[in-house]
Design a protein. Structure first.
Length: 281
């Protein structure tokens, strides 16, 4: 497989292990010198972006294309805030690329990474959200990360409210003929507000609906929004934050059948290769 040149050879194990990676491998990697480790992890992620066409052409099994996700989880565990741009560059790939690397779980897998690396960079995240070129899954991951700041760090709730208000006011002023008109973004923003029960933003959301600037296919209508705010309990909006080992365990338990089927697929592929090799000999 085409692998990037790395300072630490231990990281090459990320290319051959799926979500069932041995805990000892992760422990050994986390003990490596931080600066060079972060550089290597970012290089792995960048290579997954630059060489996406190559990797896709190889028909890789799930375990052979988990390496950028491993890199993200380790960067998140390290709280490497300087790696935020690398994470966002990955998230800015096409929908097909994100599905190739993450399956259908971009938001589930990566919102915590954005949370851990971007909690102190809200202004940068706001500008990134408003660039008008992100896909829905990218915006969902970012918005959930910011919303969960309000839930896990209650002292910062007003800061998150202000952040959302600035985005909403931008959308209110946007013109329909603007090339970057954020119609799809609006529905995702409304969903993000629900992620932390943002009752303080009720009036702003109502105005957005009155202006017909909300994509209801993404977040439902105003009645749906109101009902969820009124009926859901505050604790129901809090998503759990995992350490790296808990994150792997959660993924495996949550998608046990999926990963069993993937294991079966790999066994069949290995068996086929051995058969072909035997026939050649």
């Amino acid at each position: 497989m085409n692998k990037v040149s790395l300072t630490h050879p231990q990281l090459y194990s990320l290319y051959s292990n799926g979500m069932r990676i041995d805990r000892k491998i992760i422990e050994e990697i986390l003990e490596l010198p931080r600066e060079t480790l972060v550089n290597d992890l970012e290089a792995i992620v960048k290579a997954s972006i630059d060489n996406y066409d190559y990797y896709k052409s190889q028909n890789l099994s799930l375990s052979k294309r988990s390496f950028p996700i491993h890199a993200f989880f380790i960067l998140s565990e390290l709280k490497s805030e300087s790696s935020l741009y690398t994470v966002l560059a990955f998230l800015s790939q096409s929908k097909d690329a994100l599905e190739f690397w993450c399956g259908k779980y971009t938001k589930e897998l990566l919102w915590e990474v954005v949370y851990n690396l971007g909690s102190n960079s809200l202004e940068f995240l706001k500008k990134y959200i408003l660039n008008g070129i992100n896909n829905i899954e990218t915006n969902r991951a970012i918005l959930k990360a910011v919303s969960q700041i309000a839930v896990h760090q209650p002292r910062r709730r007003d800061e998150v409210i202000k952040w959302y208000k600035e985005i909403i006011y931008y959308i209110m002023q946007a013109r329909y003929d603007d090339y970057h008109y954020p119609f799809a973004l609006t529905g995702t923003v409304v969903s993000g507000i629900l992620d932390f029960k943002g009752v303080e933003l009720f009036n702003e959301v109502r105005i957005l609906y009155d202006m017909n600037k909300v994509n209801k296919l993404i977040c439902g209508d105003m009645e749906d929004f109101t009902t969820e705010l009124r009926t859901e309990l505050q604790r129901d909006f809090k998503s759990r934050l995992y350490n790296i080992y808990e994150r792997y365990e959660f993924i495996l338990n949550d998608r046990e059948y999926y990963y069993k089927m993937e294991d079966l697929k790999e066994l069949k592929e290995d068996s086929k290769k051995k058969t072909n090799q035997h026939q050649k000999n």
